[in-house]
Write a new protein. Structure first.
Length: 373
């Protein structure tokens, strides 16, 4: 379920692994730091731009590593709050990286909170019934380099928007790993990627501003709890009882709530962090007041924050978004119980359910073009 490219992406190398690889070619260790500095801090456009490296070394590096494991196919800016980058991988598969701008009161969109949403797989094996990304199953895992390179594509895009002031990744408030794929199903590559994103020799982005989202892989949640880097955790709950959750999330049969919730507790106890429970509100599936009350009980027991996300319609799927009145009633039940809760109210294309649709549309257009005489 992984892809072996001709040359590995440079962006999957840690300082240690790059130093070791260069050492086999007789290159001194300090060069590894220089290469990473050019890549992440100075954001060189390619090997040729790394002018402090000898020409012969640049040529050798170009033979050893891929500097551009993803190619930007489409930069779809929306009038509302969500921009999408459609990226092509070396094997022509497609992924999406999303930028979400949450406007702050009294300031324009350019001063809003900005979050980057990363993909970790092409497709997904979890088969959540409401999700466009899971429709065609898992094609493959992304490598660490492909995960990290999504952020460099975002930086390049930002640089193009603000050419005079090169925008640092630090201008983003958060990174959420909740795009296409189940991140914890690709655990090792994910952890390697996030180590690179976090490291001072990498992108230097604080672990506390990185949220890993999972549909509920219990052993991997426990493994993540034991990691020294304190990432945040979000659980795609979407059902407050096994009966409801199972209808829309097959993973619940493998890891039902009585197994999932203790693992979530272990994570929050170890890291002293509030976990977020994501809950997509789907009409007549999980939006009853009984579900709200049970969700309130779960959240209170875990001291978790609840993020309610009204469902966005996905072409070909039967689910609907509840009315504003039903959304508000659901919210009221949680608030009355003193639960920390937010209800996403912004208009436009929300990242969760709609995520993966741009990729699907492009793949369908490609398939149609391939069958044309
Ligand atoms: S919601 Fe997430 S875990 Fe579920 S199928 Fe979609 S991408 Fe996979």
């Amino acid at each position: 379920m992984s892809f072996t490219p001709e040359r590995p992406p440079l962006h999957g190398e840690t300082l240690d692994s790059l130093t070791a690889r260069l050492a086999t070619a007789g290159v001194p260790a300090y060069r590894a730091r220089q290469v990473l500095e050019w890549t992440y801090k100075r954001r060189a456009a390619g090997w040729e731009a790394m002018t402090s490296l000898p020409r012969a070394l640049r040529a050798a590096l170009a033979e050893m590593f891929d500097f551009d494991p993803t190619t930007l196919l489409l930069n779809r800016e929306s009038a509302d709050v969500t921009d999408k980058l459609l990226l092509e991988l070396r094997d022509r598969l497609l992924i999406e990286t999303v930028i979400i701008r949450a406007p702050q009161e009294g300031v324009g969109l350019d001063h809003s909170r900005k979050t980057i949403c990363l993909s970790t797989q092409v497709g997904c094996a979890m088969g959540c019934r409401f999700c466009a990304s899971g429709l065609a199953g898992l094609k493959r895992h992304l490598s660490a380099g492909e995960i990290v390179h999504q952020l460099l594509q975002v930086c390049r895009r930002e640089d193009a928007r603000t050419p005079r002031a090169r925008s640092e990744l630090a201008s983003f408030d958060n990174i959420v790993v909740m795009g296409m794929g189940e991140p914890l199903h690709n655990y090792d590559e994910l952890l390697r990627a996030l180590t690179i994103v976090n490291a001072p020799w990498g992108l230097g982005f604080g672990a506390r501003r990185i949220t890993v989202s999972t549909s509920g892989l219990v052993p991997q949640i426990r493994r993540l709890a034991a990691e020294p880097l304190g990432f945040r955790l979000a659980i795609s709950l979407h059902g407050a009882t096994n009966e409801v959750r199972e209808q829309i999330m097959p993973i619940n049969r493998r890891w039902p709530l009585e197994e999932l919730l203790p693992a979530v507790r272990e994570f929050s106890d170890r890291h002293g962090r509030m976990v977020t429970l994501e809950f997509i509100l789907i009409e007549d599936i999980n939006d009853s007041l009984d579900q709200a009350a049970k969700l309130g009980g779960i959240a209170a027991g875990l001291h978790a924050h609840v993020n309610l996300i009204p469902y966005n319609t996905v072409a070909g799927l039967p689910w609907r978004r509840p009315s504003l009145t039903r959304q508000q009633r659901f919210l009221d039940v949680l608030e009355q119980r003193g639960v920390s809760v937010t209800l996403r109210r912004e208009k436009g294309h929300d990242i969760d359910a709609a995520c993966g649709q741009l990729r699907l549309q492009t793949e369908q257009a490609r398939a149609a073009a391939a069958t044309q005489p």
